[in-house]
Structure formats: structure tokens, C-alpha cells
Design a protein around this ligand. Structure first.
Ligand SMILES: [Zn+2]
Ligand SMILES: [Zn+2]
Ligand SMILES: [Zn+2]
Length: 282
């Protein structure tokens, strides 16, 4: 069976977010620190896959209990998902021959970014390009990248389906709106889309609780479907529904607080908030 470890539940900025002086980050204790979202996966064939690479890679490998992932998969180029790539290079790990699975747009960006292209030249990474809908097989298990609409200043965005022998998980840390994502797959309902993809576990963009969470910044600059909208669309969890965990939480998100009404609402409807370090068997 494949085993997945959730290595972080924070949005790109982490928790506490640098320079935030508000209540959400003011008195964060050590055990409340959250790393940006990333996922470790062990397949039965012995391959070890890391999805997104954050600056907290050191702590995240400890959480995972692995030292040397041999496959890295990148969703997109926003900094929280890629800013740990350099840690595999000569200054730190000095890795060799890690397969770097990226889209062609992401590969272009890697080749045109001096720090990253140097790591390709030095043999730290070997680029392995995927296309949306590919099924990349590892023994009896596989990984399927699927494209989703998300701000694409630098690269496109792929979510990943991890298919084990018994369960299939969708890792979707970022997307812009449900309308656009569902539209691009010809679906009207989240349930229909998950059914079409044959998913039983969903780790999904829970960046903001509501539309009004960012003060002093237009939320249209950073579009994500709010959790309150996602659960309103889904309603209460039905017996055959997938398990759903919200991840990629902004530091302002009340779901960090288990005593908040937002957290109680999510749980009472049968949905969940991801826990850093939790393991799932597929
Ligand atoms: Zn992100
Ligand atoms: Zn904060
Ligand atoms: Zn993003």
C-alpha cells in the first residue's frame, strides 16, 4: 500500500507569516507553527515522491521520516511551492539524479532561471516532463497530473492524483475558482468532478475561510475559493462522499483555531482540516 504524509498545511507564507503583527501570528507557540503545504509519498516499489518543495524541507523530511526522496513533483511556480529546491544543491544536500517531474511551462522556467538551470547542469535534478492526464506508473501505483486554472504569471498549475491499490488521493493546494476548475472538466458539481476522477481522498485549497479575510488587500489579487463557499456547495458529507481535508491555510484563516465557529462548522458537516504530519494509506 502507498503511504502519504501531509508535510504542511499553510499557504505559501507559512504560519506565522513574516511581518504579520495581527493576533493570528502574534503569539504563535512552537507547536502552532505550520509549514507551507507539501506532501511525501512512499510507493510499494520503494520510490519516494515529494510534492512541492518548501524552505522548511529540513523539518518536513523529519516529519516524513525520509532523508532522500528520489522524485520531486512541482504543482506550479508560486514561491511557497518551489523555494526549497535550492536545498537539494551543493550548498546543502548535494543530491544527484533526482527526477524532477514538471510541466513544459515549468521546465522552461527552470531552464531560464540561473540558480535552477545550474542545478540541472550539475546533475542534481533530471527533468522528466509530464502532460495533463498522463498516468506515470510506479509498480502497481501511479501519479496523474491534471491541469487546473490558477494565476499563471510564471507557470501553469497541476494538481496531482496519487493512485494506490485501494484509494486515490487528489492533491489540489491552489486553484482560482470552482467555476473555472469544474468548467474546464465539463462538470457542474464538485461531487461530479471527483466522481469522474475517481477520487476518495481530497486535499483541497482552503486558503481563506471567507471572501473578506484579507484586510488592506484586494482578494481579487489572490483568488482562491473560500472554504465557506466550498462547504456551502457540498452541503453535509454523505456516506459515499470522499474524505476531504482543507489545506494551504492562510495565516488569517480561523480554521487554525479548533475552538472557532468556522472549525466547528466544517467538522459538524463531516469535512476535515488537514493536520501537519498526518499519514494516509492508499
Ligand atoms: Zn500556494
Ligand atoms: Zn498573521
Ligand atoms: Zn499559487
Amino acid at each position: 500500500m502507498a503511504e502519504v504524509t501531509l508535510l504542511g498545511i499553510a499557504q505559501d507564507g507559512g504560519r506565522p507569516q513574516p511581518s504579520c503583527l495581527m493576533d493570528c501570528c502574534k503569539d504563535i507557540s512552537h507547536d502552532q507553527i505550520s509549514f507551507p503545504t507539501s506532501l511525501g509519498t512512499n510507493f510499494q516499489d520503494g520510490s519516494k515522491h515529494l510534492f512541492d518543495v518548501t524552505r522548511n524541507l529540513g523539518q518536513q523530511l523529519k516529519l516524513w521520516g525520509e532523508n532522500d526522496p528520489n522524485h520531486v513533483w512541482l504543482t506550479h511556480a508560486h514561491f511557497g511551492h518551489v523555494d526549497g529546491l535550492g536545498l537539494f544543491g551543493r550548498e546543502t544536500i548535494g543530491a544527484k539524479g533526482i527526477k524532477l517531474h514538471v510541466s513544459s511551462k515549468m521546465a522552461d522556467l527552470i531552464h531560464s532561471t540561473p540558480q535552477w538551470s545550474l542545478m540541472i547542469e550539475q546533475g542534481v535534478f533530471e527533468i522528466d516532463m509530464f502532460q495533463t492526464g498522463d498516468k506515470v506508473q510506479f509498480g502497481s501505483e501511479c501519479i496523474e497530473p491534471i491541469i487546473v486554472p490558477h494565476r499563471d504569471e510564471l507557470s501553469d498549475m497541476h494538481a496531482f492524483i496519487v493512485r494506490g491499490e485501494n484509494h486515490s488521493l487528489l492533491y489540489l493546494p491552489d486553484h482560482d475558482t470552482w467555476e473555472e476548475t469544474l468548467d474546464s472538466y465539463g462538470c457542474k458539481l464538485i461531487r461530479d468532478w471527483l466522481d469522474k476522477l475517481n477520487i476518495d481522498i481530497l486535499l483541497v485549497d482552503g486558503t481563506f475561510w471567507s471572501q473578506h479575510e484579507l484586510t488592506g488587500r484586494l482578494q481579487t489579487e489572490v483568488p482562491h475559493p473560500p472554504v465557506s463557499q466550498t462547504i456551502a456547495h457540498l452541503g453535509t458529507r454523505l456516506p459515499d462522499d470522499p474524505e476531504l481535508y482543507f489545506i494551504h491555510l492562510n495565516h488569517t484563516n480561523p480554521l487554525y483555531d479548533k475552538s472557532s465557529s468556522a472549525f466547528r462548522t466544517v467538522e459538524s458537516m463531516g469535512w476535515k482540516v488537514g493536520i501537519q504530519g498526518m499519514k494516509l494509506t492508499l
